[in-house]
Design a protein around this ligand. Structure first.
Ligand code: TRP
Length: 331
């Protein structure tokens, strides 16, 4: 029996190459080794965007389209949408009954989000947002997962899940739930072209779905060595804020050495360097983008994959929920 992994992403729309390098590429590698469940967390989107759901459906499709393009395989992985597996909502109720309030109040991510949220009607943050980590625990425990492949920012949530799983077992005197462990991504961190965290709202990202022209345009905006004013000034790769960092991710060892040498000897200017870099990035994403184009042209196939995966997930979840109901003594 393979061990199980579960992970999800909120439907933020078209994903950027940071999502690919940081998360999706890792999922693609793990999907053969584990029984895998990957889902779009549309309920989690509602914790902050309950009053702005116009694009929610399309954003969900866009995320799954990106996943498929990157190589998530619907025959290997169960790809589903959170709201199509109602067992998760039911489990969330049981878990919310046993989760001490101070566990969710001390959640560090929640504190950050709560600070950012300015509710339009002056009502502050909602009850559902307080339950974010409990809902996330339900996502993971609905399949009684062993591991959760996530970025470092989500580890605190997986820790709450472990605490909740342990507490459930202890309160109902069962040995039902595993205490799931985070599986940290071994992937690269990539900053945006301005050197800050890559993000859609910062307009510093390169989308998986961008054209080669758009990618080149973005790469040409990348910050380089700020002390290098003229083309024949000697460059300093250790002070290059973005472009050389990208080379270290996308270049081969010999290419990186070559770029370093021609930059530091003043032979190659920053514009030429970035033009080459853009080509390199476009090569890396060419096949992925072709595949994405195919799915964009066949949205009914994407929907069919979501329906098929959600049905599979629902059946697997029902088995766990049967045990949960028995343990809690619910009819
Ligand atoms: N909170 C995660 C994020 O913002 C998304 C998520 C929701 C998730 N439920 C999950 C990740 C369960 C892993 C497992 O990225």
């Amino acid at each position: 029996m393979k061990q199980r992994i579960v992970s999800g992403m909120r439907p933020t729309g078209k994903l950027h190459i940071g999502h690919y390098l940081g998360v999706i590429d890792n999922w693609v590698k793990l999907q053969n080794e584990y029984e895998s469940f990957f889902f779009v967390a549309d309920w989690h989107a509602l914790t902050t965007k309950y009053d702005n759901t116009e694009d929610l459906r399309q954003d969900t499709i866009d995320v799954v389209t990106d996943w498929l393009a990157c190589g998530l395989d619907p025959d290997e992985s169960t790809i589903y949408v959170q709201s199509l597996v109602p067992e998760t909502a039911e489990l969330h109720i049981y878990l919310s009954m046993i989760t001490p309030q101070h566990w969710v109040e001390k959640d560090p991510t929640l504190k950050d989000v709560a600070k950012m949220i300015k509710s339009g009607d002056g009502q502050g943050i909602c009850y559902g947002l307080m339950g974010y980590p409990v809902l996330m625990s339900a996502d993971i425990m609905t399949f009684n997962a062993n591991y959760v492949p996530v970025g470092i920012d989500q580890v605190a949530h997986v820790e709450i899940t472990r605490d909740i799983a342990r507490r459930f077992n202890s309160i109902y005197k069962v040995d039902l739930f595993n205490e799931p462990q985070p599986l940290l991504n071994k992937c690269s961190y990539i900053c945006g072209v301005d050197g800050n965290k890559m993000g859609k709202s910062y307009h510093n990202d390169i989308k998986i779905s961008d054209t080669e022209e758009a990618t080149t345009k973005r790469v040409m905006q990348a910050i380089t060595d700020r002390s290098r004013l003229r083309r024949d000034d000697l460059g300093h790769t250790d002070q290059c804020e973005v472009a050389f960092k990208y080379w270290q991710i996308f270049g081969s060892e010999s290419e990186i050495a070559e770029i370093k040498a021609s930059c530091e000897s003043g032979q190659m200017g920053c514009a030429d360097c970035k033009r080459k870099l853009a080509q390199k990035i476009n090569e890396r994403f060419r096949a992925i983008r072709e595949k994405r184009h195919y799915y964009e042209q066949h949205p009914e196939e994407v929907l069919e994959i979501i329906r098929y995966g959600s049905d599979k997930a629902h059946k697997a979840a029902a088995e766990v929920l049967k045990e949960v109901r028995k343990a809690v003594r619910i009819y």
